[in-house]
Design a protein. Sequence first.
Length: 275
Amino acid sequence: MRYLSIALLSLIVLTGACRNKDLIRPGDPLNVAYDKSLALYEAGKYDDAAYGFDLVTRMGRGTNFSKDAQFYLAESYYNDNQYILAASEYQRFISYYPRDEKRQEVEYKLAMCYYQQSPRYRLDQTPTRRAIELFQLFNTKYPDSELVVESAERIDELRNKLARKAYEAGEFYLRTDRYLASTIYFDQVIDQYPESIWAERALLKQIETYIVYADNSIESKQAERYNNAISNYEKYLQLFPQSNNRAEAEALYLEAVDKLADVDPTATGDSIGSN
């Protein structure tokens, strides 16, 4: 047992010595500090690597070591899932080295930092909007980049998330009988995210909302709101003529037409939907 304890202690000391040898020490030359940091990075020890690269950027201002360390500092944070810190360091690289050959890669990674921070649709979407803005800027600046297709796909994904957030808000206000607010959010989906998977659903819900809104309105406002439902049906036919949900839209349209006729006997087939 005694010999086993001695062996274990020796192993711990040896391991600690090896680890300490890998870490940056005060007085290490700049190239040694950089090489140690890079070795840590390549070993997947991103937290230790970030510490080392940060020291190199401070010690070696104006040298190639500092420039490369700045890049790998951002990469270390990114690979360690510390996206806020990574974004800050990528931005610093762009500011310090605006003409560097890595700039295109860095700008894409900066957008990815915000993409990775984008939360579930129910939460605040500030990072989502920033990511979209940066991906769009990337596609404009580098139209020939091999990353443009991937960037465009991420934009679509994020825009669908924003569309869903607006759609779910419309559904919430409809469920709680706040019809005007509901129509505003459904309009937002239709107008701002027409390419999203939520646009058709929003337009169907918009027709339904105006019918329910009219049902619960004073008599003088009912005709206007049934007509709004009819107008949105016509818009639906223009935007989604081949939709599998057309029967549902048509049923809502016929309901609006019948109810409009009840509240406005002067409405005819020619005048319905013309407002």
